[in-house]
Design a protein around this ligand. Structure first.
Ligand code: C5P
Length: 398
């Protein structure tokens, strides 16, 4: 039976937590409620205990209800940690790694998906500190059901009202459902730019932030895959659970990809590999006085094309194509040239694509029509891409 840990904190939206609990139960899950001490002052743990059939846990150091209900063993048992409602305080603690009660300790021990439904006063929600905490958690792969705009307990109207219980339950069940679809599959994802040095202090590169690739790696992990993430230089935190290899140049990326390739079921080349490199890398810094009038450049290896040549039956290759014009046409040509199965094309330039949080993609398969996504977040885009990957795998199997 699926077990869910439901974290309950001391927001006024706490009354909706009972509905969240019941919603998960209606979906066949067993729910272990974990309350903060302040939450237990608002609503008795007995209420949650009676509804769930399992005594609500409040204190880390209290005699556990059962000796097996330590935070680490509970973390191993649950398929989801859902915190609804989540106060600014618990969000801050999660973001900062503070583990001073059962719930915050459970968060650090959890390897399951984590879903957080914030609920607080609008000023607190929109405060740059809360927003920074949310962004930090998002970067770690924590999922959110955003609060809604409406009447708040403080009589203000604004953002910060806990989302509706059904929406929280729906998202929670979706996260649990997707944890298995790629079980047993090995996925290789590349991300970020490469840097091709000219001398020890200068390089040729591009503005790729790596966000798309990191989201893809996270999505593959969330679907149960074993993930190798080969990443060029970025400022992102590698998703926990992935085997991450950090590289700098296209040649290093190629080497890491070739090492991981045998036995890989799915390759997603989201990296913006530099197409050129300097022919001669100068061993010492080139001073102003020695500025060369010409620098010779040469092509870097095309990693995707190389993997395409080595592709075995059953392996699925996905390329990305950043285009400034004739997006679908160019992407199709690249798909054929590189022996890829799917191409994800996006328009870049004029502030689009590189470094942003959202993307507008066109997903193209050899036979099927072009699927335009419209403007969506890179997180959402990674889901759409993997839905297409799973459909393509299914087609290959048949
Ligand atoms: O040919 P173009 O660079 O536009 O193709 C983009 C796709 O090919 C991306 O998936 C990218 O990761 C991959 N690529 C590569 N090696 C290169 C250049 C691009 O694998 N040297």
């Amino acid at each position: 039976m699926t077990k869910i840990a439901l974290g309950v904190t001391s927001s006024i939206g706490i009354y909706k937590a009972c509905e969240v609990l019941r919603g998960f139960q209606k979906n066949g899950a067993r729910v272990q409620v974990v309350m903060t001490r302040n939450a237990a002052r608002l609503v008795s743990p007995l209420l949650f205990g009676s509804l769930s059939g399992l005594s609500a846990i409040v204190d880390l150091f209290e005699e556990p209800v059962s000796r097996d209900v330590g935070h680490v063993s509970l973390a191993k048992e649950v398929s989801l940690l859902c915190v609804a409602p989540a106060t600014a305080n618990v969000i801050g603690k999660f973001a900062g790694g503070v583990a001073d009660d059962f719930l915050s300790t459970l968060f650090l021990a959890a390897r399951s998906p984590v879903l957080v439904a914030p609920a607080m006063n609008e000023a607190m929600y929109l405060h740059p500190q809360t927003q920074a905490n949310l962004a930090r958690l998002r970067a770690m792969g924590v999922e959110f059901v955003e609060p809604e705009k409406g009447y708040l307990a403080c009589k203000d109207e604004g953002w910060g009202r806990l989302a509706e219980p059904q929406a929280i339950v729906r998202e929670g069940m979706r996260l649990i459902g997707r944890t298995k679809s790629l079980k047993g599959k090995k996925v290789l994802v590349t991300a970020g730019p490469t840097r091709e040095p000219m001398d020890p202090v200068r390089f040729l590169s591009n503005p790729s932030s790596g966000k798309m690739g990191y989201e893809l790696a996270r999505e593959a992990l969330a679907r149960g895959a074993e993930v190798v993430l080969v990443s060029g230089p970025t400022s992102l935190i590698p998703p926990p659970g992935a085997r991450t290899e950090l590289v700098t140049t296209a040649a290093e990326m190629q080497e890491a990809c070739l090492r991981a390739y045998p036995g890989t079921d799915i390759v997603v080349m989201a990296a913006a590999v530099s197409d050129f490199r300097f022919k001669d890398v100068r061993p010492r810094k080139t001073g102003k006085a020695e500025v060369p009038s010409k620098l010779e450049i040469e092509r870097t290896p095309d990693i995707l094309a190389l993997l395409g040549k080595k592709k075995k039956k059953g392996q699925l290759l996905v390329g990305f194509a950043a285009e400034t014009h004739d997006i679908a046409g160019n992407a199709r040509k690249k798909m054929a040239a590189k022996n890829a199965d799917l191409m994800v094309a996006n328009e870049v330039g004029q502030g689009r694509g590189f470094g942003t949080d959202d993307n507008e993609l066109r997903i193209i398969s050899a036979s099927g029509p072009v699927h335009p996504t419209g403007k969506i977040s890179k997180r959402e885009a990674s889901r759409v891409v993997f839905d297409h990957i799973e459909a393509a795998l299914e087609k290959k199997r048949r």
